[in-house]
Design a protein around this ligand. Structure first.
Ligand code: LEU
Length: 85
């Protein structure tokens, strides 16, 4: 899989939903990207796995912790994702 960095700016709502998390023993993954949203325009895709957000590793986060992390980031989000080829 390749890794891609997606840059989101301009503030929430970003227009995507997550699934998975450590408590589900599943990777944190982008479940849905809303059409014409900031996330969509920035190139985020359904199925992308979250690796880090602004240098904070996502590997051991619960679903709620990941959402809180995203909500707590002021300004711009740099989201590193793993993407299946
Ligand atoms: N649903 C939120 C948004 O689109 C992102 C979520 C993953 C915290 O801004």
């Amino acid at each position: 899989a390749e890794e891609v960095i997606i840059t989101l700016s301009g503030g929430a709502p970003w227009g995507f939903r997550l699934q998975g998390g450590i408590e589900h023993q599943k990777p944190l993954q982008v479940a849905k990207v809303r059409k014409r949203s900031k996330a969509c325009r920035a190139g985020l895709r359904e199925g992308d796995e979250l690796v880090s957000i602004n240098e904070n590793s996502c590997g051991s986060l619960s679903h709620a912790q990941a959402m809180n992390l995203i909500d707590s980031m002021p300004g711009t989000l740099h989201i590193r994702v793993r993407r299946a080829p």
